[in-house]
Design a protein. Structure first.
Length: 314
C-alpha cells in the first residue's frame, strides 16, 4: 500500500478533477471527429455533381457514404449484394432525399454526419479504457526514464519487441506489454487486457515474473509466474463510479479466490478515474487490511506516480 494515501478522502476524485476529465474526453472526441468532418466535406463536393437526387446513384465514389447515410453500418453492408446496396440507397433517395427538393445534397450530408456521429459516440464509450491505459503507460515510461532503467516494449501492431529509444513519443498508443528488470535484477513484464485461464476472465493489468522469451511462450498458462493482477477503470462520470468499483471489486475477489485454491499468492490493485466517497471508504479499508495490495486515483498524478514506482519495484 502506498504511504501517500493516509485517509479514504485522499482517494476521492474532486470536482476539479472530474471537470478536467470531462474536458480531456471532449477534446479527444473532437480530435477523433476530424476525419469524419473532412470526409463530409468531400462528400458534399462530390455529391454536388448530381443534378437530381437519383443522379447520386451514378456517382460510384460516394456509394459507401450513401450507404452510411442510409443508416447501414460497415458490418451490415458486408451481408449485402451490389443489388441490395442499390436498393438501400434508392430507398434513402425516395424517402428522404427527394422530399428535400433542391436541398437533397445537404440532406444526405446531414444524414451521413448523424450516422457517423452516432458511431463515433459508440466508439468513444469503448475508447475510455484505452485512454486510461495510455495515461497509465505514459507514467510508467516516465518513471523508467527518470530512473534510467532500460526496457523493451511489445508493439501491438507489429507484434515485435522494440528496444528503448530516446524518442518514445506516442508509443503508449501501440504498447501491448513492457519488459524491464526491477532493482533486484529480476525480469518483469507488464501486459494489458489478457485472458488469464486460472481466473477465467480478462484482466486489465497483468504483471509477470518472466523475460521476453518466457512471455512469448504462453505466459498466461503459468500462474506461478503471475505476480500481480489489477483492474483499471477510466470512466470519469461520477454516476458510474460505484458500478465500476462493484465490477472491479468482484473481479479482484475472483482473482484472489482462484489463486488461493491453487495455494498461490497474488497481489491485486485497483486504479480508477472516478472515485466517490463511499467507494473510497471501501477501497481504503481493503488497503488497510491488505486485501488490496495497492490503489490509485488515475486523476491524481502523485498517486499514479507512486503506484507505478511500487509496480516497477515488485
Amino acid at each position: 500500500m502506498t504511504n501517500i494515501i493516509k485517509l479514504s478522502a485522499d482517494l476521492v476524485t474532486s470536482r476539479e478533477q472530474t471537470r478536467a476529465g470531462f474536458i480531456a474526453f471532449a477534446l479527444e472526441k473532437n480530435r477523433r471527429s476530424t476525419p469524419i468532418i473532412e470526409s463530409t466535406k468531400s462528400l458534399k463536393v462530390l455529391a454536388g455533381k448530381a443534378k437530381t437526387a437519383k443522379d447520386l446513384l451514378k456517382i460510384n465514389d460516394i456509394k459507401p457514404a450513401l450507404l452510411t447515410a442510409a443508416g447501414l453500418s460497415d458490418k451490415a453492408v458486408g451481408y449485402f449484394t451490389e443489388d441490395d446496396k442499390d436498393k438501400a440507397i434508392l430507398s434513402l433517395i425516395e424517402n428522404f432525399l427527394e422530399p428535400a427538393g433542391k436541398y437533397f445534397v445537404d440532406e444526405v450530408v446531414y444524414r451521413y454526419l448523424l450516422i457517423k456521429g452516432d458511431s463515433l459516440g459508440g466508439s468513444m464509450r469503448n475508447i475510455v479504457g484505452t485512454i486510461a491505459q495510455q495515461k497509465f503507460v505514459r507514467t510508467l515510461l516516465s518513471n523508467l526514464s527518470i530512473s534510467g532503467t532500460n526496457y523493451q516494449w511489445l508493439d501491438n501492431k507489429t507484434k515485435k519487441w522494440e528496444e528503448k529509444s530516446s524518442n518514445d513519443f506516442s508509443i503508449e498508443e501501440q504498447l501491448k506489454a513492457l519488459s524491464w528488470k526491477n532493482p533486484k535484477g529480476k525480469n518483469r513484464i507488464l501486459s494489458f487486457n489478457l485472458n488469464i485461464p486460472i481466473v477465467k476472465n480478462n484482466i486489465d493489468i497483468c504483471l509477470f515474473n518472466t523475460d521476453v522469451e518466457g512471455y512469448n511462450n504462453e505466459i498466461v498458462n503459468t500462474p506461478e509466474k503471475i505476480l500481480m493482477l489489477g483492474e483499471l477503470k477510466g470512466g470519469i462520470d461520477p454516476a458510474g463510479a460505484d458500478e465500476h468499483w462493484k465490477t472491479g471489486n468482484t473481479a479482484l475477489n475472483r482473482i484472489r479466490e482462484s489463486f488461493a485454491k491453487h495455494n498461490l499468492k497474488i497481489d491485486t490493485s485497483f486504479i480508477a478515474a472516478a472515485i466517490e466517497k463511499k467507494m473510497a471508504i471501501e477501497i481504503f479499508a481493503q488497503l488497510k487490511s491488505k486485501i488490496l495490495s495497492n490503489a490509485a486515483n488515475l486523476t491524481i498524478d502523485e498517486q499514479l506516480v507512486h503506484y507505478c514506482d511500487w509496480l516497477l519495484k515488485l
